[in-house]
Design a binder for this molecule. Structure first.
Ligand SMILES: [Zn+2]
Length: 217
């Protein structure tokens, strides 16, 4: 299995620095379970962060300081490599979920629309985290939507595509404020994704109006 879509360097840096929100961190951790390329990248950032901290006065570490340091170091960019996604425990939703969700409470599938289901993922101690599983039937066309923050989406099974590419199990899509898209589930099977919205991120347009009253975001 080849993973073609990875988190951005900024997101991996924030994950390494512990500044990523709890919701997105769960999704990134799910990606890291199956992506050795990104695990190595995070290790590089953690080593670099430690080196910077050792040489720094006792001030809060800024993420952009790390990014600037990385630019100077000119680290190699990510290159896709064959990977295997690791899924283990079976949950009530009938799917083996990434280990990063094992401490979470995963609810049953609930109706969201024709051929469209969702399951609430509750993080202990983080009631504000916006994390859910989405399941779409084969061929389902989701409502077009934009974001006022970043949406992190990890494909767990099946596949989907939008104007920017096609996403298979193990792939992670980051969609920020620049992205207006209309994901479509591939016609050969249903698709299940783990999704987190960062902070106060809301989804615009029809999908937002669909999710907000039911899911709360
Ligand atoms: Zn990756």
């Amino acid at each position: 299995m080849t993973i073609n879509h990875h988190p951005s360097d900024e997101t991996l840096l924030r994950h390494a620095a512990g500044t990523l929100g709890a919701g997105p961190a769960v999704v990134i951790a799910a990606h890291l379970e199956g992506c050795e390329t990104c695990r190595r990248r995070v290790s590089e950032f953690e080593s670099l962060g430690g080196a910077i901290l050792e040489g720094m006065p006792l001030e809060p570490l800024r993420v952009d300081a790390l990014a600037r340091a990385l630019e100077r170091l000119d680290l190699p960019s990510l290159s896709p490599r064959p990977e295997t996604i690791v899924v283990r425990q079976r949950h009530p939703v009938g799917l083996e979920l990434p280990s990063s969700l094992h401490h979470c409470d995963v609810g049953p599938w609930r109706w969201l629309g024709p051929g469209f289901r969702w399951s609430k993922v509750s993080l202990p101690g983080n009631s504000d985290a916006k994390v859910l599983l989405l399941k779409g039937r084969a061929g389902l066309k989701l409502p077009a939507h934009g974001h006022d923050g970043t949406e992190f989406l990890q494909v767990l099974s099946g596949s989907l595509f939008d104007e920017r590419g096609r996403y298979y199990p193990g792939d992670l899509d980051e969609a920020d404020t620049d992205v207006d898209h209309q994901p479509v589930v591939s016609s050969d099977s249903e698709c299940i994704c783990l999704v987190a919205l960062e902070g106060d991120t809301r989804l615009h347009s029809a999908l937002g109006r669909l999710l907000w009253p039911i899911v709360g975001f």
